[in-house]
Design a binder for this molecule. Structure first.
Ligand SMILES: [Mn+2]
Length: 330
């Protein structure tokens, strides 16, 4: 839980410094993108200059938040200086250095103040200032609190950023992190003039053909274990290549197989280069799959977690994780 002290420190840090860098995890999601744009907007209102630099490109379906492609930069060598010169790093929605991707080393070695804003259970508080609120549905909720604390008026732009953060991280208000505060904040944001229908369309009704071609292949890998309590799918490198899909095209696949009747746990195995396998886990209700993820060095939330397995073939990773999950049901 957050302490008031950290909030106070943060207000001071913002006041005293001038060079802010904002970033989020590799393969950013709606919460990461929405929250960093939110921080950018707040700093701008306070007359502070900041720069958003991410390791990965912004997924197509979040580009409407930065239509002129001017707010979010993807890391390139030319930004190295900027990173080295920073006074403060805002590290949003990330529980460890590794998840920063290519900029992780610079951030780690920098003497700049590291401000971590997050809601992941697995976050141990790795920043100099940590505002970690496990009860928050999204990091965007914490950014909303920040705006209020600093007396920043929530205008239409900020409302859009924060709405995207919260509505995507709660799976359109259906995951177990959906709470009263999430609805309350989003109600407020609607009052500020955002259009939920339009935002939904921008984010979720903009599938690429490549995504659907890949999805057809992926669905053919569907299988059940533990008598249908566990469903799983996998994606090979070859499937990605032959469908010409991007990494972001995978987002949401696992939710389909979580929705199968009587399924308690859904798993997606993604084959990566260099014998790595990314495992995504979802649990519908009572099962804490974060505990399982942590056994393999992964982490996340109780109902949504992930593992990156090194030196495993896809088959080996599948066998190992599925047999571990089966044990939950004996
Ligand atoms: Mn999040």
């Amino acid at each position: 839980m957050l302490s008031n002290n950290n909030w106070k420190n943060l207000e001071e840090i913002i006041e005293k410094n001038n060079k802010f860098i904002i970033t989020t995890h590799i393969n950013p999601d709606g919460d990461g993108i929405g929250s960093e744009l939110g921080i950018f907007h707040i700093l701008k209102k306070l007359g502070k200059k900041s720069l958003i630099i991410n390791d990965s490109p912004t997924p197509e379906f979040y580009k409407f938040l930065d239509p002129k492609n001017e707010l979010i930069k993807q890391y390139e060598k030319k930004y190295r200086e900027k990173l080295l010169e920073a006074d403060v790093f805002f590290l949003i929605d990330i529980s460890n250095f590794e998840r920063l991707g290519r900029i992780s080393k610079i951030v780690k070695n920098s003497s700049a103040v590291k401000v971590v804003i997050d809601h992941h259970h697995s976050n141990s508080g790795w920043g100099d200032v940590n505002i970690i609120d496990e009860s928050a549905s999204a990091s965007g909720e914490i950014v909303y609190d920040l705006a209020n604390r600093l007396g920043i008026k929530i205008d239409n732009a900020l409302a859009n950023y924060l709405y995207v953060a919260i509505f995507t991280d709660t799976g359109s208000f259906r995951f177990s992190n959906t709470n009263k505060k999430a609805h309350f904040i989003c109600g407020e944001l609607i009052e500020k003039g955002i259009n939920p229908r339009e935002i939904y369309g921008n984010v979720y009704e903009s599938y690429s053909w490549e995504r659907m071609i890949l999805f057809a292949k992926v669905l053919s890998t569907l299988k059940k274990t533990a008598e249908g309590k566990v469903s799983s799918i996998h994606i090979t490198k070859e499937m990605m290549k032959s469908s010409n899909a991007k990494r972001e095209d995978i987002e949401g696949f696992i939710e389909y197989i979580t929705a199968i009747k009587d399924v308690e746990i859904a798993v997606l195995f993604l084959e990566l280069p260099k014998n790595k396998v990314k495992v995504s886990l979802r649990s519908r209700s009572k099962y804490d799959i974060n505990q399982v993820a942590e056994m393999f060095g992964g982490g996340g939330h109780k109902n949504a977690s992930g593992i990156t397995m090194q030196n495993y073939t896809l088959q080996e990773a599948e066998k190992l994780v599925l047999s571990r999950l089966e044990k939950l049901f004996v």
